[in-house]
Design a protein around this ligand. Structure first.
Ligand SMILES: [Zn+2]
Ligand SMILES: [Zn+2]
Length: 282
């Protein structure tokens, strides 16, 4: 089951504290491996948001499955500081497994863009959680004639190009942002993240069983935070995921509709469990 929004497709599974794995078949990457999702075994690039078990619990399974299928080791891009721990974990797994369990674990500093395709760049951004954590911003990339040369005769542009001058400028548009676990402070002040075509925002707590202050202390978003800062959400579509297992899909959807202003509620989907229990799935 794949969901589509704003031309972006995704599938996977997400329940807060239990497991999250988001597969992006169009981008050929997945974000987090809290549970092994069949379609992600084909992914050669895995982006990890942080080291909590509900996000990396199936890390060794992903590595092992690629080994069994002979697809070659994948590259796991992880927040700075997590690489050594994952290497140590895999060393234990190799001891138990007796196999090679090959993988490339690469620490990736927030703010450093990486080209996924000639027309797609992904950049990690620092978030606020209880351990080192980062979200991921996917931007489309295209080139156009730079403002300086707009309206100029063709010969002039060609002459400038021949002289080695840069005649094009790069346009980046935020297509998708996935926050990983964070308090609301990790996204406020990031208009590029808040204004992505699709923003997947962790929203663990939805009612007063946990207060907004408690959620912030734990490094999570509360639905109240989203309602309070509703005007900041410039995204075309907001997907709330990593919802606490205390909320069923239907209860979560009702709470979201009650809490958010109509304009934002109309742009918001809730994701609880696999992609079949999500607004807009059929
Ligand atoms: Zn989590
Ligand atoms: Zn976490």
């Amino acid at each position: 089951m794949t969901i589509e929004g704003q031309g972006i497709r995704w599938s996977g599974y997400s329940v807060g504290g239990f497991a999250t794995c988001i597969d992006l078949p169009g981008y050929k990457v997945c974000v987090d491996v809290g549970r092994l999702v069949e379609s992600t075994i084909a992914r050669e690039t895995v982006l990890v948001t942080h080291g909590h078990a509900d996000h990396v619990g199936a890390f060794s399974q992903h590595v092992a499955q690629r080994g069994l299928r002979g697809t070659g080791p994948a590259t796991y891009l992880v927040p700075p500081g997590l690489g050594d721990d994952l290497e140590a974990m895999m060393a234990v797994w190799r001891g138990m497994d007796g196999g090679e369990l090959r993988c490339n674990i690469v620490e990736w500093t927030p703010g450093t863009p990486r080209l996924l395709r000639s027309d797609l760049v992904v950049t990690p951004f620092e978030t606020v959680h209880r351990v080192p954590s980062q979200g991921y911003l996917f931007q489309s990339v295209r080139k156009r004639l730079s403002t300086r040369f707009r309206g100029a005769p063709r010969e002039e542009v060609i002459a400038a190009k021949t002289r080695g001058e840069e005649v094009e400028e790069e346009i980046r548009e935020a297509r998708l942002a996935i926050t990983g676990d964070t308090s609301i402070d990790g996204v406020l002040g990031r208009p590029d993240v808040l204004g992505a075509d699709v923003l997947m925002l962790e929203c663990t707590f939805l009612d007063d069983r946990v207060s907004s202050a408690q959620a912030r202390e734990m490094g999570h978003v509360h639905l109240e935070d989203v309602a309070e800062h509703a005007a900041a959400f410039g995204c075309e579509e907001l997907v709330l995921y990593h919802v606490s297992p205390r909320h069923s899909f239907h209860a979560a959807r009702r709470l979201v509709r009650e809490a958010l202003p109509a304009d934002l509620a109309a742009r918001t989907r809730v994701w609880v469990g696999d992609a079949s229990t999500m607004d807009g799935s059929d």
